[in-house]
Every structure is written in structure tokens, then in C-alpha cells.
Ligand binder design. Structure first.
Ligand code: UDP
Ligand code: MG
Length: 329
């Protein structure tokens, strides 16, 4: 594999925001799964768990330190504030040392038992093995519908298709990790970055469980923001559609102008037409504001990219040394 002996084969990266009760059960269950893994020659598999504390305000870090004291293969990066899950995942990907890297949520919605099947596929030669939720019955109906709608819109607008019902739970080969690490953008819509990177990809199915402890950290507003981040980073179609719409409206307007002109010449001028005038003004006003707003979404993102600020800032490292690791950005 070209990976040094001291390096773990499997790196689990888990972003955590206010998950103090989830750490211990997560470590117990994932640790058990990882200890059960075997190399083809029958030897045990080296592993590490890297938590990324995304600006937790509860005792999440204390819980991680307890786990680290019990098992030094468990480490953490503590970010200087809440940077969001996508940035936290970037921090994990930048600092994981394994030949394969597996992002997973800490709330046990994604069953770690699937990791064995993912590694089998990886040994078969796949570089990305993403988990696909067989059913999303544990998500509420509105969440399922909006997620569905989003995947459709994204894949319709974008060249790189993201697999439907796949979350961030997936296995990434070191080659893919290095590609993601080299991506300079601040907008870290990870599912889009994974899709863009290509490679041989395959799926394993699993049933998504209810959240074991704690509450969801995503409300609909945050999901909406994530959706816009995803589409604007993957596609410029929303920017370009306005020139076509404008051209169509211009042609229609020209035809209508000719019609009005002829009618005026033949029948003379009348002052009717207030409703059609209002409709045209309001409709075009709305279309113009909408297109301006979409332009604004892209311009705002260009501004963020040009500032070249780091994607995240690490305040503290626990059990993962700095050597030859990129710090931020
Ligand atoms: N998370 C994070 N930063 C945030 C929000 C969430 O690191 O700003 C983590 C969270 O602790 C969890 C994972 O991202 O491990 C998924 O969050 P959650 O389970 O709340 O999302 P859902 O499953 O409801 O979509
Ligand atoms: Mg969850």
C-alpha cells in the first residue's frame, strides 16, 4: 500500500458538535467493530479514531480526553469555534493518516458494522465505497421530500452526479483523500467534492437508525444553506439560464411590439391595456430581482473564495502529531 508500518490502515473521522453523551457509546461500538477487522493474512487491522470537535460548548472534549487516556488510538482536533460540519470533515481528511479514511456521524445513525463490507469492496479495488440508506424512514417526511427534491435538482443542474440517499458515511482511499486535500476552495460541500473527484465508486446499502442520543444539529434553514452551497459550487447553470430566459422574453416582446404597431396603424390608438402592462412590469420585475439574487449568491461566494482564509482553525490536538500535516487551509 506504500503506507508505513506505523500508520493505521483505517482512520475513522467523526465531526462532533455538542455530543458529550454520544462519545463513549460511539467509541465502544466502533472500537469493537474495528478490533474485529482482519487483514487478508489474518493479522489485526491498525486503526485510529479522530474526532473533530467543531466548537462544542458542552463537555464533548472532556469525554474525548477520557477515551484518549483509555486508548491512545483515539485522538482529536479541537477547532477554535464552530466552523460547520463540512469544514470539520475537511479538518479530519487533512489530518487522518490511514490508507483508508471513513467519515461517520457520532450519533450512531450510520451503523459501523458496515465498515467491514466497505473494506471488502476496497480490497476488491474500489477507491470510494459510499453507504446508501436503504430506507430513510427514520427521517421525517418533510426531510425526506426536501432531500429527494434536492438530489434531483443537484443532479439535473450539475455534471458530477451525487449518489442519492448517500450521506457522508463512506470509505475513501488515500488517493481520493489526497485529491480532496488539494482542493483549495472554502466552500466545502463534501458530497460534491467527492463526486467531482471521480475514481472507481461503489455502494453498500444499510438501514439508517434513529439518532442514539442527543438531538439533530441541522434545522431546515441550515439544510437550505447547505443546498445552496452544494448547487453553487457544482454548477453555473443557475447563472446562465437568465440569458436564455431573457432572449425568449425579448423575442416574445418583439412579436408583441409588431402586433401592437400594426394594430395601431390599422385601428388607431386606444388607451386600453392597463392589466397587460401591469402583468408585464410585475413579471419582469420579479424575474429581474430573482436573477439578481442568484447573481448575488455567486458573487458572495467569489468574495469568500478570494479572501483565502483558512477553512478551519485548530486550537488543540490530542494524540495526533503535527508532523507533515497541513495545519489549515
Ligand atoms: N456536526 C458538526 N458541526 C455542526 C453540526 C453537526 O460537527 O455544526 C456533527 C454532529 O455532531 C454529528 C454530525 O455532524 O456528528 C451529523 O449531525 P446530525 O446528526 O445533527 O445531522 P443529521 O443526522 O440530523 O442530518
Ligand atoms: Mg444524525
Amino acid at each position: 500500500m506504500g503506507v508505513r508500518m506505523s500508520m493505521p490502515l483505517v482512520s475513522i473521522i467523526a465531526p462532533v458538535k455538542d455530543e458529550e453523551e454520544a462519545i463513549a457509546p460511539f467509541v465502544a461500538r466502533v472500537g469493537q467493530v474495528l478490533d474485529g477487522l482482519r487483514n487478508p493474512d489474518g493479522s489485526v487491522v491498525g486503526w485510529e479514531i479522530l474526532f473533530i470537535d467543531d466548537g462544542s460548548t458542552d463537555r464533548t472534549m472532556a469525554a474525548i480526553l477520557v477515551a484518549h487516556d483509555a486508548d491512545p488510538r483515539i485522538g482529536a482536533l479541537s477547532l477554535s469555534r464552530n466552523f460547520g460540519k463540512e469544514a470539520a470533515l475537511s479538518a479530519g481528511i487533512d489530518n487522518a493518516r490511514g490508507a483508508v479514511v471513513i467519515p461517520i456521524d457520532v450519533d450512531m445513525q450510520d451503523p459501523p458494522e458496515v465498515i467491514g463490507a466497505m473494506i471488502d469492496k476496497w480490497r476488491d479495488g474500489y477507491e470510494v465505497v459510499y453507504g446508501v440508506r436503504r430506507n430513510r424512514m427514520t427521517d421525517s417526511l418533510p426531510k425526506r421530500l426536501t432531500a429527494d427534491l434536492y438530489y434531483r435538482a443537484h443532479n439535473w443542474l450539475s455534471m458530477d452526479k451525487i449518489p442519492e440517499h448517500a450521506g457522508d458515511f463512506r470509505l475513501l482511499d488515500r488517493k481520493v483523500v489526497e485529491v480532496i486535500r488539494r482542493m483549495p476552495e472554502r466552500n466545502r460541500f463534501m458530497k460534491g467534492l467527492f463526486a467531482w473527484s471521480g475514481f472507481r465508486q461503489t455502494a453498500v446499502e444499510y438501514d439508517r437508525a434513529e439518532r442514539a442520543v442527543g438531538t439533530t444539529k441541522f434545522n431546515y434553514w441550515k439544510l437550505w444553506q447547505l443546498a445552496i452551497d452544494g448547487i453553487t459550487s457544482a454548477s453555473t447553470a443557475p447563472l446562465r439560464v437568465w440569458s436564455y430566459l431573457g432572449a425568449i422574453i425579448a423575442v416574445v416582446a418583439l412579436v408583441y411590439a409588431v402586433f401592437i404597431g400594426l394594430r395601431t396603424i390599422i385601428y388607431g390608438a386606444d388607451v386600453a391595456g392597463y392589466p397587460s402592462l401591469m402583468v408585464a412590469i410585475l413579471f419582469l420585475g420579479g424575474v429581474q430581482l430573482l436573477s439578481l439574487g442568484i447573481l448575488g449568491e455567486y458573487v458572495g461566494r467569489i468574495l469568500v473564495e478570494t479572501k483565502h482564509r483558512p477553512i478551519y482553525i485548530i486550537r488543540q490536538r490530542v494524540g495526533c502529531d503535527d508532523a507533515d500535516q497541513r495545519d489549515a487551509g
